[in-house]
Design a protein around this ligand. Structure first.
Ligand SMILES: *Cc1c(COP(=O)(O)O)cnc(C)c1O
Length: 495
């Protein structure tokens, strides 16, 4: 049986279900499995398989203690008609390259791919015997996309509840409405007086407060958990769409089985691109994975020098979901490239905590660079990329995808290796920035911007986004940082 342990030690050994329920290891490390790559996903008939069938093959290899019936049920619930495209992640031509749309889910951002299925995984992790009245409460601070995708995934999911905090006045009109109009009996949302970092730090403190955890357990039978992208249950669903992209290239007769493909991935916390590396370890012919960053280019510096340094200014950009200085999932990649040396990883992460920086051995960097390329775009380049992509391809991209587009355009294409750009959000989530970049009117509300974008480009806003203008607002709470814990307590009692 495949087991998981921390990237920083091998003392505890957990099943996939236990690792998903627990989220993060006690020593602060991330759960990894040493058997990753021992078995390959069979590519023989992949071109004729549906997304759901490919998902079953991939997830069976990664989460072996879930039965095939359990996985089938999770997949059917997560990848059903809440997706606007039956291919779930359709692949489309983009000039000589391709774009893989990851944003056709209920909240129009790629986080839906993982957060639609994580609650279904979670619901099937109840300890052996099954008789427990313990419920899990997901607690998240969000700067935008994650909160809504988590709310949509966990709303009315059995055995769970979810509480989301967002910084008051620091998210866009659309993002705020996406959260405050969320339906579901097990859902709570509050604005916090402070910025995202304040809210995030407070959430971490609440997670670390043992007395509070004991109180929640005894008063409400509630255990806190995180929907953060370090949870292995959020990572593995993302491996599926790399295989799906490959299957679609085969179907469209762009490649033959065994041909190599390159992926360009807009990157923040390193979850999306790491899933591409997992796909490679599972046998997918991936030549390179190109890490595309925004102006917060800490990963570009790391991948070019081997030195990771978070001691640098933080920039709030027009691609907010990539504004990250600590890319948590990088730790898993380092583990595999360090030949599974948990002591080295523990040391590096200790340096990161104490000094804000670390450096990896030269040979290790050389090996990483054989797989991972990198690039980044500043905000002007992001705007130019949105305009260039529209002009050349009549295809509208959002500011996150535009970072990837800019980086891809800078790398000379190899005619023998198809390139796939991962598109992580609908342009309609960021209609003001997109209109500005394309020279369209951006003077009205976000909804006026959506209508203008639709009229100018002949595309259509996702109904769930456009409908927010008239959706009833359910949540009006605004809490102080110090009031967050009490809010969580009330939410737990109400579960
Ligand atoms: C979260 C997010 C990203 C970054 O993905 P990571 O897995 O954190 O690297 C990129 N684009 C959008 C729109 C996102 O929501």
């Amino acid at each position: 049986m495949t087991t998981f342990h921390s990237t920083r030690s091998t003392t505890d050994s957990l099943t996939a279900k236990q690792a998903i329920r627990k989220g993060i290891a006690d020593d602060g490390g991330l759960f990894v499995s040493d058997s990753l790559g021992e078995t390959h996903v069979d590519l023989a008939n992949i071109a004729s398989k549906s997304y759901q069938e490919i998902a079953l093959d991939v997830l069976s290899a990664l989460l072996p203690d879930y039965s095939a019936d359990e996985l089938k049920a999770c997949i059917a619930e997560a990848y059903g008609d809440q997706w606007a495209d039956p291919a779930i992640t359709p692949l489309k031509p983009l000039g000589d390259d391709f774009v893989l749309e990851l944003f056709n889910g209920p909240t129009s951002a790629f986080k839906d791919v993982a957060l639609q299925i994580l609650p279904r995984f979670m619901a099937r992790t109840t300890p052996a015997g099954g008789e427990t009245d313990e419920r899990i409460m997901i607690l998240t601070a969000t700067s935008g996309d994650t909160g809504k995708a988590a709310l949509a995934g966990f709303a009315d999911a059995p055995g769970t509840g979810i509480t989301v905090f967002y910084p008051e006045g620091k998210v866009s009109e659309v993002q705020q409405l996406q959260m405050t109009t969320q339906t579901g009996a097990n859902v709570q949302v509050a604005a916090v007086k402070g910025n995202f970092d304040d809210a995030q730090s407070a959430v971490k403190r609440i997670f670390g407060d043992r007395d509070f955890a004991a109180k929640l357990a005894s008063d409400s039978h509630v255990t806190l958990s995180s929907a953060n992208s370090i949870n292995v249950g959020r990572l593995v669903p993302q491996v599926v769409y790399y295989f799906s992209a490959y299957a679609q290239l085969l179907q469209q007769q762009i490649i033959n089985t065994g041909d190599e493909v390159e992926f360009v991935v807009p990157t923040g916390n390193f979850g999306d691109v790491l899933a591409g590396y997992y796909a490679k370890l599972l046998g997918l012919p991936v030549k390179h994975l190109i890490v595309a960053s925004d102006r917060n280019n800490v990963l570009f510096d790391f991948l070019t020098t081997g030195s990771y340094n978070r001691n640098r200014p933080f920039f709030q950009t027009i691609s907010p979901s990539m504004d990250i200085l600590i890319s948590s999932n990088l730790e898993r990649m380092l583990y595999y490239f360090a030949e599974k040396d948990t002591r080295l990883i523990a040391m590096l992460m200790n340096d990161l905590k104490n000094y804000g920086c670390y450096e990896i051995p030269e040979e290790m960097l050389a090996k990483i660079r054989r797989v991972f390329g990198c690039g980044w775009a500043d905000e002007d380049q992001v705007r130019e990329a949105i305009a260039d992509c529209w002009k050349r391809n009549r295809y509208v991209i959002d500011p996150h995808t535009a970072c990837g587009y800019f980086v891809m355009r800078q790398i000379p294409a190899d005619p023998l290796t198809p390139r796939v750009l991962l598109s992580t959000a609908s342009p309609y989530k960021f209609p003001r920035v997109v209109n500005e970049a394309l020279g369209f009117d951006a003077s009205g509300t976000d909804f006026a911007c959506m209508d203008e974008l639709a009229a100018q480009t002949g595309t259509k806003a996702p109904a769930a986004l456009r409908g927010l203008e008239s959706a009833p607002v359910r949540f009006h709470d605004v809490v102080d940082i110090d009031g967050m814990e009490a809010f969580v307590d009330r939410a737990a009692q109400a579960l």
